[in-house]
Design a protein around this ligand. Structure first.
Ligand code: ATP
Ligand code: MG
Length: 758
């Protein structure tokens, strides 16, 4: 097969190794994911049934892309592979098998907000002090326990945990955990960690189910293996125990989820657990230039705790890594936005060739503003995504409750929405009654007259009737997701309320709900989804990860903004790695030990290795944080980069009126013996070893504020609007459409005196 021609020797060996356990631990960009893709195609080519292949990826998006690639090699059979994230694959299995554990196939998936809301309710019900029992703390303890496969009973019986909790002054923690599990169970709901935790219980307690899947999955493969936690590790181990065809790929240097329980130990355990293990190393990087690979190596070499690897590349030397110093976070945004604008024009690149990577989601603001000013399209991955918006969650809340009337969190969200005059006390009473009687909120609501102490029952009855009519559509008439959702949106009063709100925000919310309905329509129309039920749609939405997007696939030419965590496994021609300041990256909050520092450094390594052609690293000298202006120091990580491959970009000063000169290509400078990167940062202008990149400014007066769509005033031509900005060598031009019959003019910005109209 010719796909084997696209592989180097060790990659090919990995693809052709079909029987028995296989581990590939290899550096970034060395083709691990490519090997998994081709290996899957190869297996099917050799006659393996696609239904018997389980391929676990880091995001749904990655699974989609791999499926697509496999399809181009072996055709439509690729559709039948079991592929997706751990959470999505095991949610699917739990839908089939959850009855064994007492869940119905319609169980809800609680997101973090639901989980927190439930914890808040429990803290209140137990009369605990919410300043001591902080919701996040409690949720973290629960999550950690589940990921280590410690159930509530075991938790309550553990002297170690008890002592920890007493020390943290939260002695009721174990009780809370137990109540939390009971309430989730009564609500027929699982949280994210449950999807793995309950799968483990399913396989532990129901051996017939385990056997079924052990025999079903003849080949199990895991990408990004370094980021699996114990719970995930055990699932894969059990599933592959019969056929023993397990193939894992990963890079210990890219392990960045220890804070969520991922355990690098899994890689070491793997060698212990499979005596006949074949291990393959891949060391050639195909993604990045020599300069990028070299700086990445120089950084990761500082970590003590790692497996030995020598990553090299035969790719071109490439440009030096640019270090950009900005006066402030806003300036950082402006420099980068205009650099993207210029590079696109000069080098004929697409916006989608660029990524801006940051340590925390909050950093996106200054980049968004600057990109918008220059009319550069962008997309933000992660952060407050579409499905986390209030109006969307409200509609989804209705849909969830229609599918699963035990879902207490959905119930609390919608019972008084739109307002029906049902107060918090009544709602709390309904919840408590259901919990005490070991029944569900729906039992209480649907039979409200039988319950003492709940007053003003008329609106509750109306609500119950509404839900009953929706249930009829789903359960009896078997309407598809779109029919139900559009009916619910209309008749629940949600859309009407938004429609009547004529503010800009109201309009945006109304449009968002329409957009949700569009998405549901797309889901129903798509050939890929056989099951068009509301339950299946809701599941697919709850399983979107931070790194998944839900955007229009035809509108892809956008700059990508995301955290480094979400960027794992991805690649971009040009990468801007921003906010490289002490306390921000490495993150002050995460930094409590040497091990934490190593994890931050691995994160830095992940970020660097996303870049194919060019890497630019920036820091700001001041930044607003928590509402205060703070001066910042460059990150120690900049100092760790091999300075041979660095150059300082000269940063624009406020009154910089120097003429624009084109950026000159520089080769590698001689390795500097005198200057470390840190010295360079403090005294950039005195170091002659480094080429200064000229300013990226546009016009003299206020360089960064010129943008397409901007209104300006010209001494002679009057008012106009910028149509296009152009850079041609040293010349910078603006095409401006002037008003009052003057028409379009092309002006040289170095001469034109323009006033910017706010
Ligand atoms: N043998 C090869 N020939 C040509 N290109 C290759 C080869 N192997 C990998 N590549 C390309 O190199 C890039 C990196 O590959 P891939 O994403 O599979 O690496 P990876 O090891 O999974 O990286 P990461 O550690 O970041 O997940 C991809 O664009 C891939 O198509
Ligand atoms: Mg990969």
């Amino acid at each position: 097969m010719d796909y084997l021609a696209g592989l180097n020797e060790p990659q090919r060996k990995a693809v052709e190794h079909i029987d028995g356990p296989l581990m590939i631990i290899a550096g970034a960009g060395s083709g691990k994911t490519r090997v998994l893709t081709y290996r899957t195609a190869h297996l099917i080519d050799k006659g393996v049934d696609p239904f018997s292949i389980l391929l676990l990826t880091f995001t749904n998006k990655a699974a989609g892309e791999m499926r697509h690639r496999i399809e181009t090699v072996i055709g439509s059979q690729a559709k039948n592979i079991w592929m997706g994230t751990f959470h999505s694959v095991f949610a699917k299995i739990l839908r089939f098998e959850g009855e064994r554990l007492g869940y119905t196939s319609n169980f809800s998936i609680y997101d973090t907000d639901d989980a927190k809301s439930l914890i808040r309710t429990l803290i209140k019900e137990q009369n605990l002090d919410d300043k001591v029992y902080k919701v996040n703390l409690v949720l973290n303890r629960i999550s950690n326990a589940k990921n280590r496969l410690i159930g509530p009973e075991q938790y309550l019986n553990s002297p170690v945990l008890e002592q920890e909790d007493r020390y943290a002054k939260i002695p009721m923690m174990g009780q809370l955990y137990k109540l939390y599990c009971t309430r989730c169970f009564q609500a027929n709901a699982m949280d994210f960690d449950d999807l793995l935790f309950q799968t483990n219980i399913l396989f532990r307690d129901h051996l017939d189910v385990l056997h079924k899947y052990q025999h079903k999955f003849k080949h199990v493969m895991v990408d990004e293996f370094q980021d699996t936690n114990v719970s995930q590790y055990l699932i894969t181990k059990k599933l592959s125990a019969v056929h023993r065809n397990i193939c894992v790929v990963g890079d210990d240097a890219q392990s960045i989820y220890a804070f969520r329980g991922a355990d690098i130990q899994n890689i070491l355990n793997f060698e212990r657990d499979y005596a006949d293990l074949t291990t393959i190393k891949l060391e050639e990087n195909y993604r990045s230039t020599k300069a990028i690979v070299a700086v990445a190596n120089s950084v990761i070499a500082r970590n003590k705790n790692q497996l030995k690897k020598d990553v090299f590349t035969s790719n071109e030397d490439g440009d030096q890594i640019e270090i950009i110093r900005a006066g402030s976070d806003n300036e950082e945004g402006r420099i980068i936005a205009s650099s993207i604008f210029e590079t696109c024009q000069k080098e004929g690149l697409h916006f989608s060739d660029f990524a801006i990577l940051y340590r925390t989601n909050a950093q996106s603001r200054s980049f968004e503003e600057s990109l918008r000013r220059l009319n550069i399209k962008y997309r933000i991955i992660g952060g407050l995504s579409f499905y986390q918006r209030k109006e969307i969650k409200d509609v989804l809340g209705y849909l969830r409750f229609v599918v699963n009337q035990q879902d207490e969190e959905a119930f609390k969200r919608i019972i008084n929405l739109p307002k029906r005059g049902i107060g918090d006390t009544t709602i709390a009473k309904i919840s408590l009654t259901a919990a005490e009687q070991n029944s569900t909120v729906w039992d209480v609501v649907a039979n409200i007259n039988q319950f003492q102490g709940v007053r003003g029952t008329a609106p509750i009855e109306q609500f119950a009737d509404l839900i009953k009519s929706y249930k009829l559509m789903v359960e009896v008439e078997q309407k598809d997701a779109y029919e139900v959702a559009s009916h619910v949106a209309k008749t629940s009063g949600l859309v009407r309320e938004l429609y009547e709100d004529k503010t800009v925000e109201g309009l945006a919310r109304y449009q968002n709900v329409q957009e949700l309905l569009n998405a549901i329509k797309q889901f129903v129309d798509s050939e890929e989804n056989e099951d068009k039920s509301l339950a299946t749609f809701l599941q697919s939405v709850s399983l979107l990860t931070n790194a998944d997007t839900t955007e229009d696939p035809n509108d892809k030419d956008k700059v990508t903004l995301m955290t480094v965590h979400s960027a794992k496994g991805l690649e971009f021609k040009h990468v801007f790695l921003v906010g490289l300041e002490e306390d921000l990256f490495p993150s002050q909050m995460m930094l409590q030990s040497q091990a934490d520092l190593e994890e931050e450094r691995r994160l830095f390594y992940v970020a660097i290795t996303r870049a194919e052609k060019k890497l630019m690293i920036s820091y700001a000298e001041s930044r607003y944080q928590f509402g205060r202006l703070k001066s910042c120091e460059p990150s120690r990580f900049i100092d760790e980069l091999d300075s041979t491959y660095l150059k300082m970009a000269k940063t624009p000063e406020k009154k910089d009126t120097s003429n624009f000169r084109p950026v000159q290509k520089t080769g590698f400078v001689e390795k500097s013996t005198s200057a470390s990167a840190a010295q360079l940062i403090q005294k950039p202008k005195q170091n002659t070893n480094y080429q200064h990149v000229p300013s990226t400014n546009f016009v003299q007066s206020d360089p960064m504020s010129l943008a397409v769509g901007q209104r300006v005033e010209h001494q002679k031509f009057g008012f106009g609007t910028i149509q296009k900005l152009e850079v041609n060598g040293a010349e910078r031009k603006a095409h401006i459409l002037f008003e009052q019959g003057v028409g379009e003019k092309t002006l040289l910005l170095s001469f034109a005196k323009l006033m910017i109209i706010a």
